[in-house]
Design a protein around this ligand. Structure first.
Ligand SMILES: [Zn+2]
Length: 285
């Protein structure tokens, strides 16, 4: 269990534009019933490389995916409630129309990459209320030998991987109530609202310093009682550990904006009734 909270990868949301050529982001609604696992079949390519390829003018294929994960990062390229074209089973196939496509990179440290993938997929299953029986290989939809890195021994690798996902899922669920996974996110590029960075964390309950003050008796100015700090979220920022105090409200974890912004090296200014985030890099063109 604690092993999970020790692991970390940065979860980056970097959606491809709606007008990406070759209909790679068709904007069709997706209600995920399965998660489909792929590997990139490209040993030198990281998650960011794969994301860049989706918007590379040289790319002429109608093919896309939702999340690509490597040894350090997971990149979300298409919102998880929109269809991506990854399963090879046609416009109306269940793979394409009812599953989230996760690409596992073949670059870097394979063990770490597979650990990240198993953790990521467990988090997705938990959020969706699904079990490992809802995992599919690309192969299951269209017969393509994918994810090829799990084909060894007549798919023994796949069976092992599913078991690993199951362990992560069990660990998440055995902490249920406090383990709804959280990805506090903040926009890092004010000029591009689709770019966000987040932390994949496992919640860790924190005892209130004084249980008698576990709710704020005075309440917030608009009369709603503030929750006590429920947990600290831990993660990494460019590989360095970071940690924030957070609040759990209606199963969503909230992190105060200023410490998160400052950890990301952003300046946060309150002016004219608005927050302004300044990266210091915007004007360097
Ligand atoms: Zn595939």
């Amino acid at each position: 269990m604690s092993a999970i909270s020790q692991k970390g990868y940065i979860y980056i949301t970097d959606h491809i534009p709606a007008n990406t050529p070759y209909n790679r982001r068709p904007r069709l609604a997706l209600v995920p019933e399965y998660i489909t696992v792929h590997s990139t079949a490209n040993p030198g390519s990281t998650a960011r490389n794969e994301r860049a390829w989706l918007t590379n003018p040289a790319n002429k294929r109608t093919a896309s995916w939702h999340i690509c994960v490597d040894e350090h990062e997971a990149v979300e390229a298409i919102p998880l409630d929109e269809v991506a074209w990854h399963a090879g089973d046609g416009t109306n196939g269940n793979g394409n129309r009812r599953s989230i496509g996760v690409e596992i990179c073949e670059s870097g440290d394979r063990t770490k990459t597979l650990e990240n993938a198993a953790e990521l997929i467990a988090v997705l299953l938990q959020r969706l209320g699904l079990g490992t029986e809802k995992l599919r290989r690309h192969y299951d939809w269209s017969g393509k030998p994918c994810p090829r890195i799990l084909m060894t021994g007549n798919w023994v690798g796949w069976e092992n991987f599913k078991r690993e996902v199951g362990k992560h899922l069990d660990a998440l669920e055995s902490n249920s109530g406090l383990t709804n996974p959280v990805n506090p996110t903040i926009q890092i590029n004010p000029t591009d609202p689709t770019t966000t960075v987040g932390f994949t964390v496992s919640p860790k309950p924190v005892e209130p310093k004084n249980p008698a003050n576990s709710t704020n008796p005075k309440g917030s100015p608009d009369g709603e009682a503030l929750p006590r700090i429920q947990r600290r979220v831990e993660g990494t920022l460019d590989g360095d550990p970071v940690e924030f105090e957070s609040y759990l409200i209606n199963n969503t974890t909230y992190v105060p904006l200023r410490p998160l912004a400052e950890a990301l090296g952003l300046n946060l200014i309150w002016q004219d009734g608005k927050y302004h985030l300044i990266t210091g890099t915007v004007k360097e063109r």
